[in-house]
Design a protein. Structure first.
Length: 276
């Protein structure tokens, strides 16, 4: 996909952060938008930011956990816009907890949004992307879909799952040569609200961590502006990249885990100490 002019793009998690910035950049490049988020106020804010551009924008208050609702959103988007070219499965949540201290309900919450939300969006929109003749699926994994971290077992599991799901999908689409492609995105620390909205379990005290301080520490490593992340993602779509890493932290960690796949945690500790 060489450009986005007159294309139709659907975005989940469009009420803030990277999703919001994707909407702005796509509108600037002439793409019509179907925006969704669980946060109605956030959607309204995004609409204010894109309404000056000469593109059609439709809004849906949507929880990606609800498969039927996602399927209805896809059908409504196709009807309202006439076609769909892009789906950005961007909605996500975070949880810090030990495996032992994490409840099944907490784990299911993360899986339902981070993994099943991506699956729902992919499967609901894929038929319409095929019909358009030129489509692209963009699934947001994470730096934590490349390396595992303590307190992030559920988040890691979902982001590794998104990576495997999307890479398999990309190979299938390449074999079918049907005009649709897929990209897996691995952002590092993006300056969004995810740290403030993340759930922090008291169980991490067993690792010597304070839940309140952990949230503040998490915020400090979120260095890449969301608008920069959105630019990298859109450039990757134009180049039809299979995988895209965002931020130096993602690129460095990816290199470390490639060099020391069984010992990257120790290697990372040494690297961090040298930087200090």
């Amino acid at each position: 996909m060489k450009n986005f002019n007159q294309k139709v793009a659907a975005i989940t998690g469009a009420g803030s952060g990277v999703g919001q910035q994707l909407a702005i950049l796509l509108a600037q490049q002439g793409a019509h938008l179907a925006l969704s988020d669980v946060n109605e106020q956030g959607l309204a804010e995004t609409l204010e930011l894109v309404k000056s551009y000469p593109v059609k924008v439709t809004l849906s208050t949507l929880n990606v956990v609800d498969r039927t609702a996602v399927e209805e959103w896809a059908a409504n988007t196709a009807q309202e816009h006439g076609k769909i070219n892009l789906i950005f499965n961007n909605a996500g949540v975070a949880l810090a907890s030990t495996v032992e201290g994490m409840s099944y309900e907490e784990m299911e919450w993360v899986f339902d949004i981070n993994f099943w939300g991506v699956v729902h969006g992919t499967k609901a929109f894929l038929p319409y992307l095929k019909q358009s003749g030129e489509g692209h699926i963009i699934n947001i994994s994470s730096l934590f879909g490349l390396t595992a971290q303590p307190t992030q077992s559920a988040y890691n599991a979902t982001k590794f799952a998104v990576r495997g799901f999307t890479e398999s999908l990309r190979q299938e689409l390449d074999l079918q040569a049907n005009g649709v492609s897929a990209t897996c995105v691995h952002p590092g620390g993006i300056r969004t609200n995810i740290a403030n909205s993340a759930r922090m379990s008291d169980s991490i005290r067993a690792l010597g961590l304070n839940p309140a301080k952990a949230s503040k520490a998490f915020n400090k490593v979120l260095k890449t502006p969301p608008e920069e992340a959105a630019k990298v993602i859109l450039n990757a779509v134009k180049k039809d990249q299979r995988r895209v890493l965002i931020g130096n932290d993602a690129k460095i960690l990816d290199l470390i885990q490639r060099v020391a796949p069984s010992h990257y945690a120790q290697a990372l500790n040494l690297f961090t100490k040298k930087k200090k």
